[in-house]
Design a protein around this ligand. Structure first.
Ligand code: COA
Ligand code: AMP
Length: 638
């Protein structure tokens, strides 16, 4: 009930604000430490301070070993449901521990030890989750790369992380095609100046890959041999401040940012969130329909549910088309899911195909309690539709790759607060969320501004970027001294509810995937016929936003614009990957600019989105905007 919820939330938040160390010391009791924390926060360490600087523990131990030791070895740890391969499999905590310890021994045999990086390039299969845990077990730092990225993006990550070993699957399976990962991986390695010593390849029957002699090993052969030899690696003692993983995310340039996650703070934050935010109990089935390539997958497919002792559902499929828009309801019923976490775009996809949710009829969803949404703004239409169809609370929450868990949410575990459409509700303990103007001054309630978080960030959030403390400080901490810049804009209302309205940088959100328009512009600009370009995100009913590239072609003799536009679409797919969903390249004579030469992307976006627009006073030549509107109308975009 909301009154109880409101007071329990208010109590938790005020408790944290009054004494953050006591709050996080209490939360840290949910973790099984090899050496429990004596110091909770060291303000002098790291870029803005470090959490639990003297504690020692292991994430894999907390996710697997301790549950087996507590007698829950026969409980399901992971349910794999793969409509794209027609496979279902359940792994108990006991089985998962065995598989993970064996794989960890294989990694050790390949020379991987504490602090070494291991790149994981795998789809949603149980082995991928074991791979991440196996790295955590021996103190190796994993870096998972999403399968929808092209070889060039993979190569960039290999060069930055310098992995000793790469763990890969031979292919991923999309509803319309098999995606051969192995040739992409080989190409990426050939492009990269840094080469891994070894690759361990999981051969899938849908598309096995050719192994490179002397470098590649067959996963199953290596694991079977290690198991036959009775090998199993123990958990390494890790400092709470040791990195657990690096996860690359889009920045404002084509060069991705390597977000670093630590060991101890992350465990504490995830454990707290499962209980108090998601309201999940050990043994319950929790389903995050995302991908391990994203932060949502790291935190809520892999680590949080297992640290809590819940059962995580690993779904290799889509909301629609595998085989239909009833797939989510089938999975919830069949596996007794109590909470689903997905992106609004997935619901929009279902709503588009089955607006009255006819495919849900006859399904027993009686155990299903809550739907959680994140990854992009939860538009009120989608939230209302889901509330009406599912008759459970639909909880929006807001977070970023950088934070690792929610900045603002409706803490179901403490008691649901009244839902306000369009708002991810209230700041979680640990986050002092403020709205400021350009001079870093707080603005009154209801006024839009930059959303910032007062330092220090709570446990679980990034301490830095991989080997780039300066870039971290410059990108996130310099603009608003004393605060972390979220790069989102929005406002707080009179009740302290947060409203997140959009980014302040050039990041766009396509089907819940975060992409840099700057990165796409770099690709377009590399085409020999392109003189100038600008990429903006335009509204899309299904994906929220899709990229649209405006190009000015070089003067002189060249091929027809429509031929070049097709090449540009292909180029972005080849360099960034299909996930960019770049399908619109539009040739224009000129780009609208201010007198100082800045491209007026904001106004172009308004025109493309059919939003009211005015001619900015600073524009160099107002006629260009009308030209752009004309071209977009011709193409059926504006
Ligand atoms: N490996 C290889 N290719 C992939 C891939 C993967 N893991 N994931 C996606 N792709 C490809 C798709 O096949 C598609 O290729 P295409 O252009 O040849 O059709 C392209 O990347 C775009 O994929 P996607 O954005 O998933 O669009 P879609 O049209 O295939 O599906 C949705 C639309 C809404 C069903 C889908 O985006 C979805 O399920 N979204 C949920 C979002 C989500 O989980 N976000 C994570 C943050 S919570
Ligand atoms: P990512 O790092 O991929 O998780 O993307 C983070 C960005 O997605 C945020 O900075 C927001 O711009 C957007 N985002 C995520 N969740 C929400 C939400 N619930 N409401 C509004 N925007 C969101």
């Amino acid at each position: 009930m909301s009154i109880d919820g409101a007071s329990r939330y208010a109590q938790a938040y005020a408790g944290w604000k009054t004494d953050p160390s006591a709050f996080w010391a209490e939360a840290a009791r949910g973790i099984d430490w090899a050496r429990p924390p004596q110091a909770i926060f060291d303000a002098d360490a790291g870029v803005y301070g470090r959490w639990f600087p003297d504690a020692v523990g292991n994430v894999c131990h907390n996710a697997l070993d301790r549950h087996v030791a507590a007698g829950r070895g026969d409980q399901a740890a992971l349910i794999y449901d793969s409509p794209v391969t027609g496979t279902k499999r359940t792994l108990t905590y006991g089985e998962m521990l065995k598989e993970t310890a064996t794989l960890a021994a294989v990694l050790q045999d390949m020379g991987v030890g504490k602090g070494d990086r291991v790149l994981v390039y795998m789809p949603m299969v149980p082995e991928a989750i074991c791979a991440m845990l196996a790295c955590a077990r021996i103190g190796a730092i994993h870096s998972v790369v999403f399968g929808g990225f092209a070889a060039k993006e993979l190569a960039t990550r290999i060069e930055d992380a310098e992995p000793k070993v790469i763990l890969a699957a031979s292919c991923g399976i999309e509803p319309n095609r098999v995606v051969p990962y192995k040739p992409l991986l080989d190409l990426a390695i050939s492009m990269s100046a840094v080469k891994p010593e070894r690759c361990l390849v999981l051969q899938r029957t849908h598309g096995p890959g050719a192994l490179v002699e002397g470098r590649d090993l067959d996963w199953q052969v290596a694991v079977d041999a290690a198991a036959a030899a009775g090998k199993g690696a123990p958990c390494a003692d890790m400092l709470a401040t040791d990195p657990l993983y690096i996860l690359y995310t889009s920045g404002t340039t084509g060069k991705p940012k390597g977000v670093v996650r630590d060991t101890g703070g992350y465990m504490v934050a995830l454990d707290w969130s499962m209980k108090n935010l998601y309201g999940i109990k050990p043994g319950e089935v929790f389903w995050t329909a995302s991908d391990i390539g994203w932060v949502v997958g790291h935190s809520y497919i892999v680590y949080a549910p297992l640290i809590l002792g819940a059962t995580t559902l690993v779904y290799e499929g889509k909301p629609v088309g595998t085989p239909d828009a009833g797939a989510f309801w089938r999975v919830i019923e069949e596996h007794g899911v109590v909470a689903l976490f997905t992106a609004p775009t997935a619901l929009r996809a279902i709503k588009k195909e089955d607006p009255d949710c006819l495919l849900k009829q006859g399904r027993d969803l009686s155990r299903f309690r809550t739907l959680f949404l994140a990854g992009e703004r939860a538009d009120p239409d989608t939230v209302v539709w889901a509330q009406e169809q599912l008759k459970v609370p639909v909880v929006d929450h807001w977070w970023q790759t950088e934070t690792g868990w929610a900045i603002a949410a409706n803490p179901v575990g403490l008691g649901l607060l009244p839902i306000k459409l369009g708002s991810p509700t209230v700041p979680m303990p640990g986050y002092d969320v403020q709205i400021v103007d350009e001079a870093s001054k707080p603005v009154p309630a209801g006024t839009m501004g930059s959303i910032v978080v007062k330092l220090p960030l709570p446990p679980g959030c990034l301490p830095t970027l991989w080997q780039q403390d300066d870039r971290f400080a410059e990108s996130y901490l310099a603009e608003f001294p004393g605060y972390y810049k979220t790069a989102d804009a929005g406002f707080l209302d009179d009740d302290g509810y947060v409203f997140v309205m959009g980014r302040t940088d050039d990041i766009i959100n396509v089907a819940g995937h975060r992409l840099s328009t700057g990165g796409m512009e770099e690709v377009l600009a590399s085409h020999p016929d392109v003189a100038e370009c600008a990429v903006i995100g335009v509204k899309d009913e299904l994906k929220g936003e899709v990229p649209c590239g405006f190009v000015v072609l070089k003067a002189g003799e060249r091929r027809a614009p429509d031929v070049i536009e097709k090449e540009l679409v292909g180029l972005v797919r080849d360099r960034i990957g299909p996930v960019a969903a770049f399908k619109l390249a539009v040739t224009v004579n000129r780009l609208p600019k201010t007198r100082s030469g800045k491209i007026l992307r904001g106004t172009m976006k308004k025109i493309a989105d059919h939003d009211p627009w005015t001619v900015p006073a600073t524009i160099d030549d107002a006629g260009v905007l009308e030209e752009i509107e004309g071209v977009l109308k011709e193409r059926g975009i504006a």
